[in-house]
Write a protein that binds this ligand. Structure first.
Ligand code: NAD
Length: 484
């Protein structure tokens, strides 16, 4: 097995830094439950060092042209692609996700973000507004030091999705990975510096929630971008509001996926599988509430059960494996708790429902049918491989039920009726919608949530607005006309 122990816990000012005074963080390989690396939480001294480096580095970085900044980001993307296999293995060790997945979805997605925002860096401009003889011009300025805080499901991708737009705009970043998956962001920092990034522009510090909280409240920080759960989002948003900081909140979901009777059933089943069992269900935008029109319910469940036979649970490093473990014992227990609640509250268990009989934190792909809207598994985000199938009769009824949630991250519809597809999507209260597919998140498209699922958008040109501020300059060409 590839050695997972990093050179040191943190990456600050262009170099690995260790401080063993910080509480230990054990990195556990979810497929075996064994410790594969031990790191240390950032002490106040480390946090201060990272923020000072980011503060100084940002000035140097912002003084470079967009073309120069973009070139470095694109070079980092090339290095990531060259090392995709090694980085994908590390992602698998960090998260337990199958190598079959990580080879195509993690480092590659990070490289896409660096390439895309690297390409945009030179195009960021203000505008000119003529007002008779006078005129206004605007300057698009970076915000300064940005803090990125990550969840554990996509450690490489999150480090890049936050870092790439922040850096393209001339900001610096201090990134804190989830304490569950501390490894991958260090590699992103290392590669960015290898590509020519000035020291201090992208730093990584490890730690649990308290380290995140000290970063968020530091006066040197201009912006916070969090990927995490809604309860954490509420805390971080409130702390940032105290000093009127910019925020991007990428939070949880309980997204609806509606399958109408005229849909291609096999395609809809594919969408439901992708939207519930990829990354063993640990995807924020998953369509975990699958509403199936009554007439096709039996056919849908039959096909779904057949297709579940294709799940290959096993060593995530074996490329034949397509279904991995939960990220941690804690997450496994949370998910098992929800499965028990589903059964207790009267849903019909159609498939799965148990831990797998092997080492590590594996839970079988689980499907409940006859789920009703008031059940716990219908209302709360589970973040594991648990699909809930609901019946519905009419479009009007299903739209009201689909939107009856505090979340609004994603939503999908499967139908062959063109006008219905667009009407349904227009009615969804969700930030990211899908027609006849699910869960695709290309860097060119905005991604993010409505309602409690978040604030702001990642990816696409939209992200630029969340990492820059516009300065307005009024230029007078005639004498001032004062009132007296
Ligand atoms: P979490 O909310 O427990 O933790 C997220 C991060 O916040 C971690 O790095 C954690 O250390 C940090 N944190 C915790 N308390 C903090 C505080 N008070 N101040 C600052 N930082 C703090 O989430 P998780 O369990 O790591 O991840 C799963 C959650 O993330 C799910 O709800 C999932 O839907 C969500 N998620 C959302 C997206 C998205 O793009 N919308 C993507 C992936 C995951």
């Amino acid at each position: 097995m590839q050695n997972a122990q990093p050179t040191a816990s943190h990456f600050i000012n262009g170099a690995y830094v260790e401080d063993t005074e910080g509480a230990p963080i054990e990195c556990i390989y979810p497929a075996t439950g064994k410790v594969i690396a031990t790191l240390h939480e950032a002490t106040p001294a480390i946090i201060d060092q990272a923020l000072s480096a980011a503060h100084a580095g940002q000035k140097i970085w912002a003084a470079m042209t967009g073309t120069e900044r973009g070139r470095i980001l694109r070079r980092a993307a090339d290095i990531i692609r060259d090392r995709n296999r090694e980085l994908s293995i590390l992602e698998t060790l960090d998260t337990g996700k199958p190598l079959q997945e990580t080879l195509v979805a993690d480092a590659t997605s990070g490289a896409d973000a660096l390439e895309y925002f690297g390409g945009l860096a030179a195009t960021l401009t203000g505008e000119h507004i003529q007002l008779g003889q006078d005129w206004v011009y605007t300057i698009r300025e970076p915000l300064g030091v940005c803090v990125g805080i990550g969840a554990w499901n996509y450690p490489t991708q999150i480090a890049c999705w936050k870092g790439a737009p922040a850096l393209a705009c001339g900001n610096s970043m201090v990134f804190k990975p989830s304490e569950t998956t501390p490894l991958c962001a260090l590699k992103v920092a290392e590669i960015l510096h290898e590509a020519g990034l000035p020291a201090g522009v992208y730093n990584v510090v490890q730690g649990r929630g308290a380290v995140g909280a000290s970063l968020v409240t530091d006066p040197r920080v201009a912006k916070v971008s969090l990927t995490g759960s809604v309860p954490t989002g509420r805390k971080v948003y409130a702390a940032a509001a105290e000093r009127m900081k910019h925020v991007t909140m990428e939070l949880g979901g309980k997204s609806p996926l509606i399958v109408f009777e005229d849909a291609d059933i096999d395609n809809a089943v594919s969408g439901a599988i992708l939207g519930n069992f990829y990354s063993s269900g640990q995807v924020c935008s998953n369509g975990t509430r699958v509403f199936v029109q009554k007439d096709i319910k039996a056919a849908f469940l039959k096909r779904l059960k057949e297709r579940l036979q294709g799940a290959v649970m096993g060593d995530p490093l074996d490329e034949a494996t397509n279904f991995g473990p939960m990220v941690s014992a804690d997450q496994m227990n949370i998910v098992l708790g929800y499965i028990n609640k589903g059964t207790d509250e009267g849903a019909t268990l159609v498939a799965g429902g148990k831990m797998a009989e092997r080492d590590g934190f594996f839970i079988e792909p689980t499907v409940f049918a006859d789920v009703t809207d008031d059940m716990t598994i219908a209302r709360e985000e589970i973040f594991g491989p648990v699909m809930a199938v609901f019946d519905f009769d009419t479009e009007e009824e299903v739209m009201a039920r689909a939107n009856d949630t505090e979340f609004g991250l994603a939503a999908g519809v499967f139908t062959n009726d063109l006008t219905r597809a667009h009407r349904v999507v227009a009615g969804f209260e969700a930030g990211t919608c899908y027609i006849n597919t699910y869960n695709l998140a290309p860097v060119e498209a905005p991604f993010g949530g409505s309602k409690a699922s978040g604030v702001g958008r990642e990816n696409s040109k939209e992200a630029i607005n969340h990492y820059t501020e516009v300065k307005t300059v009024y230029v007078a060409m005639t004498p001032v006309e004062a009132q007296f």
